[in-house]
Design a protein around this ligand. Sequence first.
Ligand code: OFO
Length: 179
Amino acid sequence: MITENIEKAINEQIKREEHSSRIYLAMASWAERNGFPGAAGWLYVQTEEERIHMLKLVHYLNDRGGMAIIPALDAPTSKFQSLVDVFQQVLKHEEYISASINELYAVCIGEKDFTSANYIQWYITEQIEEEKTIRNILDQINLAGPEKGGLFMMDKEFTTMATAKRAALAQSGGANAIA
Ligand code: OFO
């Protein structure tokens, strides 16, 4: 059985993960309409990943005797200045998510629920990878420069990264892994 505090904290994280998925969906759609099909592909896969992060928590909470609440969500912004702007916002958002997961971990430790703390550890590790990936992407976009040729090459690179990301997601079982 899970304590009320942990149930509340996990439900808040469920909302954040689902909101992340919506934020990246809006970004993917913007990239698709603004001549960055590769970046759009990568962001669409990211949308799926965040949904899986949300579903893992829904199942965990219900399995432990809590009650997962499916939240209402604010509409994400659909306006971006550039591809750099998109990925700067991704990084800022992921840093916020990392901080929120650390908070959730602290609640689990505070309540002496080491089972939940252990489960949340997966998210802590995942965030290290996510932040690193986004920083690398930003470095590459900056290296490509603002010229169309550089951005075109970078977008091709995104297609390769999106394919690898999709394959990794499928290999991990994707949504089936948590169904
Ligand atoms: Fe990228 O955030 Fe989920 O955990």
